[in-house]
Design a protein around this ligand. Structure first.
Ligand SMILES: *Cc1c(COP(=O)(O)O)cnc(C)c1O
Length: 358
């Protein structure tokens, strides 16, 4: 174990409660819990074990799915990017993974495959994001090849929304309409919604929803926080004060002297830095909580440390707890100070940070 100076508490009860929120919002849909990128930094296996009630799990890459199987997860597992070689197809068959097919090359691979497994295949159609998926005009061709294919057991269809987090964005309505036109009469199970679709676009729920971010207790909609949706933050990132010192008016703090004391200041140094995933470029004035009281980051983040202006707080001692985000300070409030979104902060938490499940 590490020194205990920094840890990420993961509240498994919050994960389960957030899954229940998904079920309430999309009561007629199956839930495919998206746990890619180490479950958005929360720990792939422990998160999946906490979310046993999900109907299936989705990961981006083969290795992530294998890790789940090795941990004893028997639920369906969907490979969102599909497979890219015969060896990967062999492995996907051995592990009984469901696979997304989004490109003609993957159909070619499938046609040439010598195995005997019949897969559950998700055909991905690109309805406007222009990332993965068959273009609308290619979709019926792909469908015709895969329907009744010797390696296909069950066929399903999915698409992904590009603008679901912008409430009322007309692009989402257009994507939904196009998807309905292409797939409405097929009698196949379908999936459209990520977290933003689940909370903001009920028409996108269909047979399967694919929540990621909201399972971790974070609002998928800009300008809203978890509380608005009764979500509970699952991760609380905690560090520790390792030094406290006075700084005189006019003196500067940290690399490049990006922060200047305007008054007689007390600075606390906390053991968290960009080596832990706390962004180097986060702004002066970013909020943190020290023993529950709000204070602000002063100067540039170092690899292992940050400086915090604690002048207005009751005296801070070495060993005090510093909360970077989580319970009491939503990650969605911190992310803009780093010019980013909650997703990137969560999945950027580095291996050096001990995950502690509660
Ligand atoms: C990551 C991902 C999701 C989950 O998205 P959230 O915004 O985190 O809910 C759903 N579907 C696909 C295809 C994804 O890649």
């Amino acid at each position: 174990m590490g020194s205990g100076l920094i840890r990420a508490l993961v509240d498994t009860g919050a994960l389960r409660s957030n899954l229940a929120v998904v079920r309430r919002l999309a009561p007629r849909s199956h839930v495919m819990a998206v746990v890619k990128a180490n479950a958005y930094g929360h720990g792939l296996v422990p998160t999946a074990l906490a979310l046993v009630d999900a109907d299936s799990f989705a990961v981006a890459r083969l290795e992530e799915g294998i890790a789940l199987r090795h941990a004893g997860v028997r639920a369906p597992i969907v490979l969102l990017e599909g497979v890219f070689s015969p060896e990967q197809l062999d492995e996907a068959a051995r592990q009984d993974f469901e696979i997304v097919v989004h490109a003609a090359e993957q159909i070619t691979l499938f046609n040439a495959w010598g195995g005997s497994h019949r897969f559950t295949i998700w055909i991905k159609v690109d309805t406007g994001m222009n990332r993965l998926g068959f273009r609308p005009e290619e979709f019926s061709g792909a469908l015709a090849v895969l329907a009744g294919h010797r390696h296909v057991g069950t066929l399903r269809v999915l698409t992904h929304l590009a603008n679901a987090d912008g409430q009322g964005d007309p692009a989402t309505g257009q994507q939904l309409q196009l998807f309905e036109r292409l797939t409405g009469g097929l009698g196949l199970e379908r999936s459209i919604a990520n977290s933003a679709g689940i909370v903001a676009w009920p028409d996108s729920h269909v047979e399967w929803v694919r929540p990621g971010l909201m399972l971790f207790g974070v609002s998928p909609i800009a300008g809203r926080t978890a509380i608005d949706y009764r979500l509970k933050p699952a991760m609380t990132l905690l560090s520790t004060v390792i030094a406290v010192k006075p700084v005189l008016p006019g003196e500067r703090v940290g690399y490049g002297g990006r922060w200047t004391a305007r008054r007689a200041t007390t600075i606390a140094i906390a053991a968290v830095g960009y080596g832990d995933g706390y962004p180097r470029h986060i702004a002066n004035g970013t909020p943190v909580l020290i023993e529950g009281a709000r204070a602000t980051v002063a100067g540039r983040v170092s690899m292992d440390m940050i400086a915090i202006d604690v002048t207005d707080l009751p005296p801070v001692r070495i060993g005090a707890e510093v909360l970077l985000w989580g319970k009491g300070l939503p990650v969605e409030e911190v992310a803009p100070y780093a010019d980013t979104i909650s997703y990137e902060l969560l999945c950027g938490v580095s291996q050096r940070v001990a995950l502690e499940l509660r």
